[in-house]
Design a binder for this molecule. Sequence first.
Ligand code: NAD
Length: 485
Amino acid sequence: MKAYDRLFIGGEWVAPAGTGTIEVINPTTEEVVGRVPDSTEADVDKAVALARDAFDNGPWPRMTPTERAEILTKVSQAIQADMQGFAELITMEMGSPVAWGTMAQVFAPTMILDYYAGLASTFQFDEVRQGLMGEVLVAKEPVGVVGAISPWNVPMFIAAAKLAPAFVAGCTVVFKPAPETPLDAFRLAEVFEAVGLPKGVLSVLPAGREVGEHLVRHPAINKVSFTGSTVAGKKIGGICGEQLKRFSLELGGKSAAVLLDDVNLAEALPMLLPNAIMNNGEACIAQTRILAPRDRYQEVVDALVESVSAMKVGDPLDPAVEVGPLVAERQRDRVEGYIKLGQEEGAKVALGGGRPAGMDKGWFVEPTVFVNVDNSMRIAQEEIFGPVLAVIPYDGDAEAVSIANDSSYGLCGSVWTSDPERGLKVARGVRTGTYMLNSPIPIDFSTPFGGYKDSGMGREFGPDGLELFLEKKSINLPAGFSPSV
Ligand code: NAD
């Protein structure tokens, strides 16, 4: 049992303004494993005031990017020194299989921290441009005080994706993790505190959506960096639009994996499947629509069913387990609701559809494969966020692209073929922010990641992710003066 009675506000552990608490329930055992204060609007006000002061008057934005980067490097090293501890903590909070989680939930965040620490010394913050009428210094400056909001599914990954570029830029941050996963966020706060992050630069306030919205609306916040559902993203984008506040949104997805008719299934499926049912299917980039050529449809279904049925379901702390429980009872209800809906819509369950036998504790759902799916069905259009795949037939590459694009989302996708040139044509045709061509890697942290359409606005990772936390200023220079940049 991990219990906190204080919040991390402005770099110190302080008593909360309210008396409410958030209980963290282990989705495998259904037992309470953590308790933290439920932050209130008054806590947000206090944290924002400290972040504002640290930005306007403190040393942080005035340090060099490489000085700030040293903090990130130390944080990365501290996490790497306790990979197992972080992975088990996150698994206890939200059920991610620990083997996958050690890489994706813990090691990947350290890669992100290290990438931005490195970028601090190569990124061109100042640039003298030859303008039309003279020389101009284009200076990239920190956007100010950031409100960062994250979901529970890959909590530390998202924290790193926001904090690392924000800190290299020189911003101060009030971070609101999801109420399901406050423990890893507090653990991360302890690490930032231990490596000497200046006071005021970071606050961590676990809370629900109302308090999150207060953070978004707060007039002293200059930029909102949000990751979560499309519904919440639209609301937050609307508020920021009215206030002309900078914002970036990383939202939901319903990605399509296109198997072309020349695909070698034995090669492709081992790369595709971990990206289809990753993180118990609770992943924004999960490839949950499988597009199969009609004349190889049954062969694809048979191979998929064989591979998915071989995935080990069970206690996510067991390193051999590939599918653990869903984050919460309400999430299992939601996924089971979609499984029922799919059958009502006329799709057929080829595998799974129920709860795993003999597991009476924990919010488990069997990995499920739907066949005879039409792309217009709700199970093909809506984000289920569970281990549920829909296999959709198509005729010809052009129809595959058209089905892949028949979605309100555009986050990720993949194509699998023996002919990379043909695959590249498909990749270029799909309206989505990230794509995998015969590749098991959905995101490379040195390149832009984000969504077309309802999947978001802006791009995280790479230099693009740093630009999200910068404003540009053009200073027209007098003739004969060349500043050193
Ligand atoms: P959610 O939108 O319900 O909540 C996400 C976070 O936003 C939580 O911290 C929540 O408290 C807060 N929140 C909700 N409404 C808010 C509001 N009106 N104002 C301020 N804060 C608000 O999403 P979730 O269920 O926690 O997470 C799952 C979703 O996140 C899925 O749709 C998934 O695809 C998406 N996601 C996207 C990415 C990406 O990079 N594109 C990554 C991970 C998850």
